[in-house]
Design a protein around this ligand. Structure first.
Ligand SMILES: NC(=O)c1ccc[n+]([C@@H]2O[C@H](COP(=O)([O-])OP(=O)(O)OC[C@H]3O[C@@H](n4cnc5c(N)ncnc54)[C@H](OP(=O)(O)O)[C@@H]3O)[C@@H](O)[C@H]2O)c1
Length: 246
């Protein structure tokens, strides 16, 4: 069997990097295309992984020309895509509410929607295509509206961030309907609260004072999806140990 071609957005840090590393570590199974908005950062991340079947490409998920160029690259190099990991995301904070909402929704909702639409023809050329979105339980309407839920709090991400993940969940559910007659499997994964640059680049922010877990565990959950072990959970938001309500 030829390796499965897997593309990861935002692969230069945090969860995207951990996913790229984990996929690369599975012997002979994946060719990983690490992408990011700044090519130099992705190239340096690729060097950190060192071994494995890895390609790099520039992909700013908010820039339609960049998306189109990346689709052309994958078409020319591989002729198909077997796995799309829509991982890139942001969680900006600050006093400029309008700007925070625009940046967050543009990156966390419009970006993945555009990326998925652009890569769908290549995914549909695969014999076993998977599309995995990195969402978040902080966007769960089911949890925030449950009086007994520990997610019914402020401070679990900005309202813009939580709204963006709720909207992303609708994009995912809608896409599941759109492709229902095809072999494309679409999943939403909550990666857990893990070390990354999402909350800032200082040690304290990255590790959330020691509370954040290991992004390698998020990557393991992605692998379990790609190995077909979570197919029964496709109608829910998956986390490593179970599911969350939408
Ligand atoms: N960490 C957590 O606890 C947690 C929990 C739930 C969900 N998530 C989700 O996990 C995903 C990955 O985040 P992370 O925690 O790994 O944070 P991270 O370390 O900040 O990684 C985010 C990645 O997305 C990239 N990115 C941002 N905007 C982009 C754009 N327009 N085009 C392409 N790439 C872009 C970043 O690139 P630059 O390096 O250039 O900024 C970076 O590579 C996000 O969707 C986030 O919402 C994280």
């Amino acid at each position: 069997m030829p390796p499965r071609v897997a593309l990861v957005t935002g692969a230069n840090s945090g969860i995207g990097f951990a996913i790229s590393k984990a996929l690369t570590a599975v012997k002979d199974e994946f060719t990983v295309i690490m992408t990011g908005r700044t090519l130099a950062k992705v190239e340096s991340a690729r060097k950190e992984i060192e071994v494995g079947d890895l390609a790099v490409a520039q992909l700013d998920t908010t820039d339609e020309l960049s998306i189109a160029n990346c689709v052309s690259f994958v078409q020319e190099e591989f002729g198909r895509l077997d796995v799309l990991i829509n991982n890139a995301g942001v969680a900006p904070e600050g006093p400029d509410l309008g700007n925070i909402y625009r940046t967050t929704l543009t990156t966390n909702v419009i970006g993945p929607a555009l990326v998925s639409a652009a890569f769908r023809p290549l995914l549909l050329k695969s014999s076993n295509p998977y599309s995995v979105y990195i969402s978040s339980m902080t966007g769960s309407l089911g949890l925030i509206s449950d009086p007994k839920s520990y997610m019914r709090i402020t401070g679990a991400g900005s309202p813009a961030y939580r709204a963006s993940k709720a909207a992303l969940n609708m994009v995912i559910l809608h896409e599941q309907l759109e492709v229902a007659s095809t072999n494309l499997k679409i999943f939403a994964l909550c990666p857990g609260f893990v070390v990354s640059n999402l909350r800032g680049t200082s040690k304290e922010a990255r590790e959330a004072g020691g509370r954040a877990g290991d992004p390698a565990e998020s990557a393991s959950a992605v692998l379990s999806i790609l190995h077909g072990e979570r197919d029964a959970d496709a109608q829910k938001m998956i986390h490593k140990d179970g599911t969350h309500p939408w």
